[in-house]
Design a protein around this ligand. Structure first.
Ligand code: G6P
Length: 474
């Protein structure tokens, strides 16, 4: 059986060494590990976009963009050399500045969004970029193949592919939330319709939790007037029926523990132990991402230190905020705001022998794995999040038990809220008081909760998550 996967970001990326030669880096993440365990005997092709100049150079080494055929040890990967300007408009303007904002409810609506002629031009690019994916998939798919399309970058692909290749079995998976109809309607009417119709080209649509699946069904009902069967989880529109399913992506416990046991992680554990000493460790790990709510999270830490002076000198907050989407001005401003607030906290409360907050912005996966093992409290407070795998990785790696402070707006809350301390992400004062509660939980309580959280977090590891979606296409 042939399976094709399509995603904007592929499993590898290229850079340049000082002498100008290409260097290759493998990405991590759920999708990569999910695919690694796809049954042997499956003929798998991954189609992705070139994201940088170095990627485009690598993609051009083979006439079909096949990295493996150009001699790279990637497995079967076709990297699409989409013209830079088209890619930039599709990825930065539409996918990340519009669709991401809509699904995560991120607009400050008095000033944004603002759908004008520039937006229309960018939408054309998004359509062209989706068409490039649909074209490549249509070209490479054998009759009856299964195609699994990932995320909001590619919401038009199912419809385009269905039209060109009605023989294919098509799935789409959303790693983000889905906006409720009242917010989805911010989009220009024709574009909202095009996105829903594009998605409905699939046979099966996957979401991370019930809430996001229900929001999608509600959009189809209210905006398209499609026939919804909420019990069966189906949408019938223009004579075709699409199934909607929930696949709550979890983590692969044994694989994660194995990685976290390696020498580079052990080295960082030693370094962190030195920094933290015998103080309690409050940890957060995010991309520097607007939806992750880092600023309110740091503000809550400030309020904790203000209202509970007994913790001064007895806790350290380690905040890892790795760079993300730095082409967007909103993200650069957000990073600056995070850095500013972190400095203010240290100015206000720091003493000669105590730094209350350590902010790290350089990406270091091994250091994250080390910090998970040591944390006493893990803060995951997104404004809204498809799932949030940090909330799942933390409990799996915790050594002595870790209290999880979790936003009710994260998809992970659907599975973890019984044993997490749940907060409204907009309520800074409540978050501060919840941090206090978390610090006060007894060791036994933390251990018991962490054990149950880890069980829930590993219920559907990436390999089975992917296999479920393939099975849904039979
Ligand atoms: C989210 C999206 C992914 C995306 C990731 C990183 O998890 O669902 O599709 O790859 O963010 O964002 P980036 O823009 O760096 O790919």
């Amino acid at each position: 059986m042939q399976v094709l996967v399509a995603s904007n970001r592929g499993p590898v990326s290229f850079g340049r060494a000082e002498d100008g030669t290409l260097t290759m880096r493998r990405g991590g993440g759920g999708l990569v590990s999910g695919l690694a365990s796809v049954a042997a005997g499956t003929d798998l092709l991954w189609v992705c976009a070139a994201l940088s100049d170095a990627d485009r150079t690598a993609a051009r080494q083979d006439p079909e963009g096949r990295l493996d055929k150009a001699g790279h040890d990637t497995g079967a990967v076709r990297m699409l050399d989409i013209p830079e300007q088209t890619f930039h408009r599709a990825y930065n303007s539409i996918a990340n500045s519009t669709l991401w904002f809509v699904h995560h409810l991120l607009y400050a609506t008095p000033t944004a969004p603002h759908f004008d002629a520039t937006f229309r031009r960018d939408w054309q690019a998004y359509s062209a970029y989706n068409a490039a994916f649909a074209g490549a998939l249509g070209q490479d798919a054998e009759p009856g193949a299964k195609v699994v399309v990932q995320d909001y970058h590619l919401s038009l692909v199912p419809g385009m592919l269905r039209e060109a290749r009605p023989d294919l079995r098509i799935a789409h998976f959303s790693h983000t939330p889905w906006a409720p109809p009242a917010y989805f309607r911010l989009l220009p009417d024709d574009i909202g319709i095009a996105i829903l119709e594009g998605m409905l080209g699939a046979d099966h649509l996957g979401f991370l939790c019930e809430r996001w699946a229900e929001a999608f069904l509600a959009c189809c009902d209210e905006i398209l007037g499609a026939r919804i069967d909420p019990v069966a989880g189906t949408v019938t529109y223009r004579g075709r029926t699409t199934r909607v399913g929930v696949h709550a992506l979890g983590v692969d416990g044994p694989e994660l523990r194995e990685r976290a046991g390696q020498a580079d992680v052990a080295e960082r554990i030693a370094g962190l132990r030195e920094q933290v000493g015998d103080r309690q460790l409050i940890l957060r790990i995010d991309r520097t991402e607007l939806s992750k709510n880092i600023v309110r999270g740091l503000a809550a830490y400030w309020e904790l230190l203000l209202n509970h002076p007994e913790w001064r000198g007895r806790v350290v907050h380690l905040a890892f905020a790795y760079p993300s989407r730095t082409d967007l001005p909103e993200y650069r401003a957000y990073t600056a705001a995070v850095e500013r607030l972190a400095a203010e906290i240290n100015d206000e409360f720091g003493t000669e022998d105590w730094t209350p907050l350590i902010l790290q912005v350089k990406d270091d996966y091994a250091r994250s794995l080390a910090a998970y093992q040591l944390a006493d409290v893990l803060v995951v407070n997104p404004i809204r999040d498809g799932m949030n795998l940090v909330a799942k990785e933390g409990p799996v790696l915790s050594e002595k038990g870790c209290a999880l402070v979790l936003s009710r707006e994260a998809g992970a809350a659907a599975e973890l809220s019984d044993d997490a301390l749940v907060v409204n992400p907009f309520d800074v004062s409540q978050t501060a008081e919840t941090l206090n509660q978390a610090l006060l939980l007894s060791g036994d309580d933390r251990r018991n909760r962490t054990k149950r959280l880890a069980d829930a977090a590993t219920a559907l590891p990436p390999g089975r998550w992917f296999a479920e979606q393939l099975a849904a296409l039979d």
